[in-house]
Design a binder for this molecule. Structure first.
Ligand SMILES: [Zn+2]
Ligand SMILES: [Zn+2]
Ligand SMILES: [Zn+2]
Length: 142
């Protein structure tokens, strides 16, 4: 695990810092999107808010994680599975929020339908949040 983290940081041209390692480790362990508050309350060491914020921003800029817009205006983050570059993110997948467990995850195989805008508008980003009950919660119900 430690090696995997070091390799990923290296691949993305990022210097190793304990905060980066710790946060990346967290993203690799979880298969759902994390908010700033989730990260802060989960990491072991006491990194201040600014350090966590900067680390997330660096990961975003490098194409390692992407933003997941949740309901209630909370921004969450998830690992990029597609090849995102330093300059551009390529995400056309749907995000799913479970109303039972509250977790949001990437539905990488479900693509956002293409949107055609009226004349005079130009598109830079689309995001789609679908809400319902996730696989795990549906299974528990049975
Ligand atoms: Zn991305
Ligand atoms: Zn659920
Ligand atoms: Zn996603």
């Amino acid at each position: 695990m430690q090696n995997e983290i070091k390799n990923i940081l290296k691949e993305y041209d990022l210097r190793n810092t304990s905060c980066r390692e710790e946060i990346l480790d967290l993203f690799l362990q979880r298969n759902f999107a994390l908010s700033h508050a989730d990260i802060e309350s989960t990491i072991h060491e006491d990194f201040d808010r600014v350090t966590v914020y900067r680390t997330l921003k660096t990961f975003l800029d490098k194409g390692l994680i992407h933003k997941v817009l949740d309901d209630e205006g909370v921004t969450k983050y998830a690992l990029c599975k597609e090849k995102c570059s330093h300059t551009e993110h390529h995400h056309e997948h749907v995000h799913f929020k479970c109303m039972t467990c509250g977790l949001t995850n990437c539905l990488d195989s479900v693509l956002i339908p293409s949107i055609s805008l009226p004349a005079g508008y130009s598109l830079s980003e689309t995001s789609l949040l679908v809400q319902g009950t996730c696989q795990d919660c549906n299974q528990k119900r049975k």
